[in-house]
Design a protein around this ligand. Structure first.
Ligand code: UT7
Length: 332
């Protein structure tokens, strides 16, 4: 139990991906690449892609309905909905649309953006509302459709990303299962990974100029991000473990943002976590950004791999730059 006497339990999960998938072989008809290169360098073999009919709110709603059902609550009992995303249907926010689609009309709903760290930042944010006694039931969603923002002629980035949504329910409980966390940002390296607005000056009147324009496709320095992840992620996991008063050997599962199998393996190796404790599903989905952690968690829970009482070290990392880790116990 934390100092305020209110604890957090994660009691339900859900996930959704678009029906259509694109494997490496078919992707190599779009850019000059190969299944061998992508598999060896990333571990990714396929990704699911949303078509023009599919919205982020639709995917998020399906994932949320599953999480709500697993937690055994009704949508009307949800107090807060947080949508972690970088690819909202609407820049004014998409969480409200999900609230309406779920019929969770008592809930306050908002979006938050921390790129591929969004789910971890959201987990900590949601927990604060519960720990302070303000809310009892929180729906946290991580969802992204980055296929809409990828440059499909850039083989250095388009091979990595896929679309999806994952969700969890956090509930107030006597015992606190969010055992430790550490969040970090470094804006000095912001240019290493961007989905940036590019202004085009437009004169309205003489002396009054505004900017029109649009967001430009993802740009990334892959090697910089790779080095950053392998160096910084073990550090935050160690800090979060220290706060949780746990040793690395007490972790049942390592659940990292699903960016690249080589990153997952290198982080596990640095922390001396055996490979069988790594949760990985990026082979099927690629990097689904804010969705990747709850998507992998939900699959592992439904496969019966992750069980109530298991201790999970989970870390996100990506644009911002941002990174962070949580140590939590699944279920109650
Ligand atoms: O959510 C966080 C998102 N970002 C990440 O997680 C990215 C982290 N970085 C990475 O995962 C890796 O850096 C990549 C997978 C992006 C790239 O792997 P790499 O081992 O760092 O490759 P590289 O960029 O050093 O490129 C090696 C070679 C280059 O050719 P030369 O210059 O050695 O002749 C590239 O031009 O591979 C070439 N290359 C490709 N070849 C075939 C780059 N992309 C491809 C490709 N297919 N798709």
């Amino acid at each position: 139990m934390n100092q305020l006497g209110l604890g957090v339990a994660i009691t339900g999960s859900g996930s959704a991906t678009p029906a259509a998938s694109l494997d490496n072989h078919r992707l190599s008809q779009i850019v000059e690449t190969s299944d061998e290169w992508i598999s060896a360098r990333t571990g990714i073999r396929s990704r699911h892609l949303a078509d023009a009919e599919q919205s982020l709110s639709d995917l998020a709603t399906v994932a949320s309905q599953q999480a709500i059902a697993m937690a055994g609550i009704s949508p009307a009992e949800i107090d807060l909905i947080i949508l972690a995303t970088s690819s909202a249907d609407d820049l004014f926010g998409t969480a409200g649309k999900i609230q309406a689609q779920l019929g969770a009309l008592q809930a306050v709903a908002f979006d938050m953006t921390a790129a591929c760290s969004g789910f971890i930042f959201g987990l900590v944010t949601a927990s604060q509302f519960i720990r302070t006694g303000v809310y009892k039931n929180v729906l946290l969603i991580g969802a992204d459709i980055l296929s809409r923002w990828v440059d499909w002629s850039d083989r250095r980035t388009c091979i990595l990303f896929g679309d999806g949504a994952g969700a969890v329910i956090l509930q107030a409980d006597e015992r606190d299962r969010l055992l430790g966390f550490e969040l970090r940002s470094d804006g000095t390296q912001n240019s290493s990974l961007q989905l940036a607005y590019e202004p085009q000056p437009q004169a309205l009147l003489e002396g009054t100029t505004i900017a029109k324009g649009t967001y430009q496709p993802i740009t990334m320095n892959g090697q910089d991000i790779y080095r950053f992840a392998v160096r910084k992620v073990p550090e935050v996991i160690e800090k979060a473990l220290h706060r949780a008063n746990l040793g690395v050997e007490q972790i049942d599962w390592l659940l990292l943002h699903q960016a690249n199998q080589r990153i997952l393996d290198a982080v596990a190796e640095r922390l001396k976590i055996p490979p069988q404790k790594i949760i990985s599903n990026l082979e099927k989905y690629g990097n689904t950004s804010a969705a990747s952690i709850p998507l992998a968690l939900d699959e592992a829970v439904r496969e019966g791999k992750v069980k109530a009482g298991d201790i999970i070290a989970s870390a996100g990392f990506g644009a911002g730059l941002s990174w962070g880790a949580t140590i939590f116990e699944w279920g109650r």
